[in-house]
Design a protein around this ligand. Structure first.
Ligand SMILES: NC(=O)C1=CN([C@@H]2O[C@H](COP(=O)(O)OP(=O)(O)OC[C@H]3O[C@@H](n4cnc5c(N)ncnc54)[C@H](OP(=O)(O)O)[C@@H]3O)[C@@H](O)[C@H]2O)C=CC1
Ligand SMILES: O=C1CO[C@H](CO)[C@@H](O)[C@@H]1O
Length: 349
């Protein structure tokens, strides 16, 4: 056989593979097709982050108000505007939904999404109660759908590095965790954070980060919690808690709407402590960072690039494409919800 006859089939296959690769890149054939429920403020940022992830395509947005959905779609380059949340869930052009609704609506819409065969990313807090969060988890498992809470700091490269520092024993034996998250009064008019019926209050909002951070650092649920709190306008404006994780590990956690913006933690070991002053989201225009203070007083710092939201979204797309549940992340979310529930029940009684 002449040489070119032998080479031709290989050239053809290579050309075909390259063409398919280009078609896939241009038309995003394998991308996870996302729809967004509601026109939340946070969705503007997350939609932009979704649009930066190759494995994701934002194909629709739904609103209670069709004109608002249309405006939002035009403004943010989203192909389809849906006139209602139900219409979007009924669409077979949507594989997954992002749910940035007020907390009291997360449970019902997450169940509806899973029932409609959608994978889902639900904003924090996952739900109002542990029972609701567990129901979402169970329903997704029953329907073979993946879910994740949008707690982006857990996905930052910095967070992986902090875990490494702890696991490598650089802090020695970890004894105490301190966390504080706050900002001074929700300022948007009509903010769901100020409305008890929509799940308002600092405990579900900022407590999700603060108590969740303590659970993440400890790697388990506390065995006992003591809390005090202050309410204003029927919602939590401040809670402060002492958590006992057993085995001589404790934490103090504060979340509030009555102090200026704070988002810091310290994990203290018997050899050194690690301090981070912006763990929920890096301060604007600054690289993500932390400091390790050792017992001799020397300090070293590390900084990190990277977009935690984009990394979270890429992780989710990967989980869906591999049909793998986010088991550890889901457990972190359920445990966080359990801690918040215990605190709310404990202070209220
Ligand atoms: N991960 C993060 O960094 C952040 C997370 N969040 C979380 O995201 C969620 C949304 O917060 P945020 O962006 O402030 O929300 P917004 O108040 O800006 O928007 C919520 C959207 O929900 C829809 N909605 C449906 N029913 C109601 C209702 N009864 N009242 C009000 N809105 C309703 C509305 O869309 P429409 O009318 O178009 O249907 C509205 O635009 C919360 O769970 C919050 O905790 C918030 C900020 C940052
Ligand atoms: O999740 C969020 C990010 O942080 C904000 C405060 O700075 C919260 O209010 C919001 O709900």
């Amino acid at each position: 056989m002449p040489r070119h006859d032998r080479v031709a089939p290989f050239l053809f296959v290579a050309l075909l593979a390259q063409t398919l690769w280009f078609v896939d890149r241009i038309f995003c054939l394998n991308a996870l097709r996302f729809g967004v429920l509601g026109t939340a403020r946070i969705a503007r940022r997350i939609v932009a982050d979704m649009q930066s992830v190759d494995a994701i395509q934002v194909v629709g947005i739904a609103s209670r108000d069709p004109a608002r959905a249309r405006w939002y779609a035009d403004q943010y380059g989203i192909a389809q505007a849906f006139d209602s949340y139900d219409a979007m869930l009924a669409s077979d052009r949507i594989d997954a939904v992002y749910i940035p609704l007020p907390p009291s609506l997360h449970h019902d819409w997450a169940l509806a999404a899973a029932d409609a065969g959608k994978h889902l990313i639900v904003e924090k807090p996952v739900a109002m109660t542990l029972a609701e969060a567990q129901a979402i988890d169970q329903r997704c498992r029953d329907r073979g759908r993946q879910w994740l809470d949008a707690t982006a700091w857990l996905h930052h490269l910095r967070t992986d590095r902090i875990r490494q520092v702890i696991d490598a024993g650089e802090l020695g034996r970890v004894q105490h965790i301190s966390v504080a998250c706050s900002f001074f009064e929700p300022f948007q008019s009509d903010d769901h954070r100020l409305k008890p019926e929509l799940g308002g209050g600092c405990l579900l909002d900022l407590g999700w980060y603060a108590y969740g951070m303590a659970r993440w650092a400890a790697g388990r649920l506390p065995v006992a919690i003591q809390s005090i709190g202050r309410q204003d306008r029927d919602i939590w404006f401040r809670t402060s808690s002492l958590l006992d994780f057993g085995d001589d590990l404790t934490a103090t956690v504060n979340c509030a709407y009555d102090t200026a913006t704070r988002k810091w933690f310290e994990i203290a070991g018997d050899q050194a402590s690690i301090v981070c002053d912006d763990f929920t989201r890096p301060w604007p225009s600054k690289p993500a960072r932390f400091w390790i203070h050792d017992r001799a007083g020397s300090v070293k710092s590390e900084t990190f690039d990277g977009n935690q939201e984009a990394r979270m979204l890429a992780t989710f797309a990967d989980l869906v494409s591999n049909a793998t549940a986010a088991t550890a992340m889901n457990q972190q979310a359920l445990d966080t919800q359990q801690i918040l529930q215990t605190i709310a029940d404990g202070i209220a009684s």
